[in-house]
Design a protein around this ligand. Structure first.
Ligand code: SF4
Length: 369
């Protein structure tokens, strides 16, 4: 089986990091002038040398996004089905070593959550769980989908890595997109953050998008947790992963998210800060590298910052999110996976999108036509 591991192993973290740091303004100008941009161009665009070119990058990113996606922003809401997790991840409120109330939504509770989310107007949802293969597994997902599928036009999934057969089953049952974040591509540091459970196996996670691609999933979502290591080097490896997947599973579409570490129960905040300006640089670099890439911004970011990102390359946003199982209706006070920053309602976010000259879209039209 073809695996990203074979590509990944050809690169050394320190060499990539040094190469990004060595990029010059000449490299950045060449990257900006290029018609088809390479991974070396991507390195230049995320490098410190690109910082003075941010305005130009932002304008180009805006134009490319408008050309490909029009004036639209997709809106979606996460539904957390469970916070049960067998892994210990040092940055997460759901980590198995935290003594919190655990919950797996029942069929009735799922329906209660659906009622509220439908009231907001959503037709696009993201199902999220912790990673607990004993209790929240393919059988649970298939039963949950039977309940959820009739209510939504577009369903994405962010759960533990599964087998290729399981992804095939889920695709047939109506899952449109699967997201799996590597968190950090630094395999040495990865061990320090993932202390116990299946997620501690770096390569198993790394090859998960291959299994999703082999299963013929319509869309695959990637990302790193910004703050676990040097954001530039991590983002290069994520772009490398994206590049490999697009060449290998060219029928699938791709999305990227930029979660920045947020406060959560029992979690130390980031050692590897990424500033707002650098965050914008990263979004623009991805857009210039890949015109077709869907770029998603979550409510981890503040309201004012998200408003500024609308015109810079963003194609989808969550709004009014709850990151605790039952958070919309049945158990509003259960522990969140992480704290929200943008706490506005979906209506308020949609109004800002409209005020910026964009159309908020509550479903993914491509699943319908
Ligand atoms: S990040 Fe995911 S796998 Fe790790 S503790 Fe949190 S829910 Fe579990």
């Amino acid at each position: 089986m073809k695996q990203f591991k074979d590509t990944y192993d050809q690169y050394q973290w320190d060499e990539v990091q040094a190469s990004i740091q060595s990029k010059t303004s000449k490299d950045v100008e060449a990257a900006l002038a290029a018609t088809a941009r390479t991974l070396e161009d991507f390195k230049a665009l995320i490098s410190p040398a690109a910082s003075p070119y941010l305005e130009q990058m932002a304008q180009m990113s805006h134009q490319l996004t408008q050309k490909r996606f029009g004036n639209t922003i997709q809106l979606f809401a996460p539904i957390y089905l469970s916070n049960v997790c067998s892994n210990i991840c040092t940055y997460c409120g759901f980590s198995a070593n935290h003594k919190i109330k655990r919950k797996i939504l029942t069929a009735e509770e799922i329906l209660e959550e659906i009622k509220i989310i439908k009231k907001y107007g959503y037709n696009h949802i993201l199902l999220v769980t912790g990673e607990s293969s004993h209790t929240v597994n393919i059988d649970y997902f298939m039963k949950a989908l039977e309940i959820i599928r009739p209510h939504f036009a577009n369903i994405s999934l962010e759960v533990q890595p599964l087998t290729q057969d399981e992804y095939t089953q889920l695709e047939r049952a109506g899952i449109y997109s699967v997201l799996v974040y590597q968190e950090t591509y630094n395999k040495v540091k990865y061990k320090d953050y993932h202390l116990k459970g299946n997620k501690a196996d770096f390569y198993h996670r790394l090859d998960t998008p291959d299994r999703i691609g082999l299963a013929g999933m319509h869309k695959i979502g990637l990302g790193v947790l910004l703050g676990l290591d040097d954001w530039r080097t991590d983002s290069f490896f994520c772009a490398l992963h994206l590049n490999y997947l697009q060449k290998t599973y060219w029928q699938s579409k791709y999305s990227i998210a930029f979660p920045r570490i947020r406060p959560a129960e029992g979690v130390d905040i980031s050692n590897y800060h990424i500033s707002d300006k650098e965050f914008v640089q990263l979004i623009c670099a991805y857009r210039l590298f890949n015109e077709d890439l869907e770029i998603s911004i979550s409510t981890r970011e503040s309201a004012s910052f998200r408003d500024n990102l609308i015109k810079l390359g963003t194609t989808s946003m969550s709004a009014g999110s709850k990151t605790n199982p039952g958070g919309y209706s049945v158990d509003e006070d259960s522990l969140e996976q992480f704290e929200m920053s943008d706490e506005r309602t979906p209506e308020q976010v949609a109004a800002v999108i409209t005020a910026n000259g964009y159309e908020p879209v509550w479903k993914d039209w491509e699943t319908i036509f």
